[in-house]
Design a protein around this ligand. Structure first.
Ligand SMILES: [Zn+2]
Length: 75
């Protein structure tokens, strides 16, 4: 995906690689998230994204792709 796009992110817009980390906040204990080394939940510039949301987007986009493939095969 691109920096502002859908799915599982790989890089922040600052160029740093995104890491998969575990949240230790009281609000979201144990929740996985993708983050730039300089990002946090309140960061607007550096990437911060909950991993469950990224994974859901990946699955949704994959479904669309598979749907297209099925249509191609049917024709
Ligand atoms: Zn960054």
């Amino acid at each position: 995906m691109d920096v502002n796009g859908r799915g599982i992110p790989t890089h922040c817009r600052c160029g740093e690689r995104v890491r998969l980390l575990t949240s230790r906040t009281v609000k979201n204990p144990g929740r996985l998230f993708h983050s730039c080394p300089y990002g946090d939940e309140n960061s607007w510039f550096h990437l911060f994204k909950w991993a469950d949301r990224s994974a859901l987007e990946e699955i949704e986009d994959m479904k669309v792709k598979f749907g297209d493939l099925e249509e191609l095969q049917a024709t």
